[in-house]
Design a protein around this ligand. Structure first.
Ligand SMILES: *Cc1c(COP(=O)(O)O)cnc(C)c1O
Length: 397
C-alpha cells in the first residue's frame, strides 16, 4: 500500500484509513456491531494478552471507528488517534488519564464552558491543583509554570472572542515545567492549525463541529504520540468507556471527505462577512483573526494557515440590541452549535457563558452586546441581506 503519510491533505481526507472488506465495497463499510468472535479459545486468550491484534469489542476498538481515527490521524500528522462519543468525552479523558491527586494543571481561562467546568470544578474535587491564566499573556504563563506542572490546556482561537494563544511559546514553557500541553483545536480545525508541529503533545476535537459539520452526530477525538495514546490514554479509555458509536464514526469518516471543501468555503464566506461588518459604523467591535484589526493578527498569520468560520461582533446596544438582532434574523438560526453548513448565531453571555460570573465574563471580553456567528455554506449575499435587515431592526431599538 502507498505510504499514507506522503499523501497531500485532500487525498488523506478521502482515502486515509480505508479498510476494504472481502466484498470490495467502494464506500467505507459500516461495522455496526458491539462485539467480535474468535476462531478458537486460544485466539481469545491471545487477544486479551495483546499477543494478536484483533478487535475485542467496540468499546476497545471497531473497524469503522478505526477508519475514522486513522483518517483524522493522517490529516493531523499524529501517530495515533482515539475517537470518543463527544468532544467533552475527549477533553475529559485526555485530562483525567494523566492526572492524580497532588498534581497541578494550568489552563487558559478563555475556554468552552464545559472545559472550564472540568478544570475549575471537577479536578479540584479530586485533589488536583488548578490555576487559570490569561491565554494571551505569556508572562502569566511563565509565572504559573515556574512550578512543576503535569498538564497545560488551552483553546486557540478561543470561544467566543477568538483570542489567539502562542502555542509554540506555551509549549516551551509547559515542557520546562514538566507538563504535557493539550490543545482544544476545534475552532481552527485540523486544516488551519497543526498544534503537534508547533510542539504541543495532545490535540482534542469536538467532531460535532466542523468535522461532521452537518448537525447530525456528536463525536470527539484525541490525537498524540503513540506511547501517549497506547500507554497513558488507552487504559483509561478502555476501562471507562467513552467510545464513539460505529454509526457516528461512519458518518464522521464520510464527513471528512468533504471537510476541506466545506471549511474553505465557510472561511471565504466568514472573511467576507467580517469585512462587511468592519466597514459599518454601527458595530462596536468585530473580531476575526484574519483581519489586521484583530489584536493577535500577526500571531494568527504565523501559526494558522486559515482563519476559520467564526466571526464575533459586539453591538453597541447591549443585551436588548443583541436579542433584537438575533430575533430579527430569518435565515441564520439561533443555536449554540458551530462549524455547521447552516449559519448559526448565539448570544454567549446568556447561553454558552452564562455560568461564569459577570466579572469572569467581562475579564474575557464577553459583554452583553457580544454576538457570535458561525458562518455556513449559504450564498454570502443571502447571509448579508439577512444580517443587514436584522441590524436595522436592532438599531431601531
Ligand atoms: C463544542 C466544543 C466542545 C465540546 O464538544 P461536544 O462534542 O459538544 O461535547 C469542546 N471544546 C470546544 C472548543 C467546543 O467548541
Amino acid at each position: 500500500m502507498t505510504d499514507q503519510s506522503d499523501w497531500r491533505p485532500a487525498t488523506k481526507l478521502v482515502r486515509g484509513g480505508l479498510r476494504r472488506s472481502q466484498f470490495r465495497e467502494t464506500s467505507e463499510a459500516l461495522f455496526l456491531n458491539s462485539g467480535f468472535v474468535y476462531d478458537d479459545a486460544a485466539q481469545a486468550e491471545a487477544a486479551f494478552n495483546g499477543d494478536v491484534d484483533v478487535f475485542i469489542d467496540s468499546r476497545n476498538g471497531n473497524p469503522t471507528v478505526a477508519t475514522f481515527e486513522d483518517r483524522l490521524a493522517a490529516l493531523e500528522g499524529a501517530a495515533a488517534c482515539r475517537a470518543t462519543a463527544t468532544g467533552m468525552a475527549a477533553v475529559f479523558a485526555a485530562l483525567l488519564c494523566q492526572v492524580k491527586a497532588g498534581d497541578r494543571v494550568v489552563a487558559a481561562r478563555e475556554l468552552f464552558g464545559s472545559c472550564h467546568y472540568i478544570i475549575a470544578k471537577l479536578l479540584p474535587r479530586w485533589g488536583v491543583e488548578v490555576e487559570f491564566v490569561k491565554g494571551t499573556d505569556l508572562d502569566a504563563w511563565e509565572k504559573a509554570l515556574s512550578r512543576p506542572t503535569t498538564v497545560t490546556f488551552l483553546e486557540s482561537p478561543s470561544n467566543p472572542m477568538l483570542d489567539i494563544v502562542d502555542i509554540a511559546a506555551v509549549t516551551e514553557l509547559s515542557h520546562r515545567a514538566g507538563a504535557r500541553l493539550v490543545i482544544d483545536n476545534v475552532f481552527a480545525t485540523p486544516l488551519f492549525q497543526r498544534p503537534l508541529e508547533l510542539g504541543a503533545d495532545v490535540v482534542v476535537y469536538s467532531a460535532t463541529k466542523h468535522i461532521d459539520g452537518q448537525g447530525r452526530c456528536l463525536g470527539g477525538a484525541v490525537l498524540g504520540a503513540k506511547d501517549f495514546i497506547d500507554d497513558v490514554f488507552q487504559p483509561f479509555y478502555r476501562n471507562t468507556g467513552p467510545s464513539m458509536s460505529p454509526f457516528n464514526a461512519w458518518v464522521m469518516a464520510k464527513a471528512l471527505e468533504t471537510l476541506d471543501l466545506r471549511v474553505e468555503r465557510q472561511t471565504t464566506n466568514a472573511a467576507r462577512i467580517a469585512g462587511w461588518f468592519e466597514a459599518r459604523s454601527d458595530i462596536k467591535q468585530v473580531r476575526y483573526p484574519g483581519m489586521a484589526s484583530h489584536p493577535q493578527h500577526e500571531l494568527a498569520k504565523r501559526q494558522m494557515s486559515g482563519f476559520g468560520s467564526l466571526v464575533t461582533i459586539e453591538l453597541p446596544g447591549g443585551k436588548a440590541a443583541a436579542f433584537k438582532f438575533l430575533d430579527a434574523l430569518s435565515l441564520i438560526d439561533i443555536s449554540n452549535n458551530l462549524g455547521d453548513a447552516k449559519s448559526l448565531v448565539c448570544h454567549p453571555s446568556t447561553t454558552t457563558h452564562s455560568r461564569l460570573t459577570e466579572a469572569e465574563r467581562l475579564d474575557i471580553g464577553v459583554t452583553e452586546g457580544v454576538v457570535r456567528l458561525s458562518i455556513g455554506l449559504e450564498a454570502p449575499d443571502d447571509l448579508l441581506e439577512d444580517i443587514e435587515q436584522a441590524l436595522a431592526a436592532a438599531s431601531a431599538a
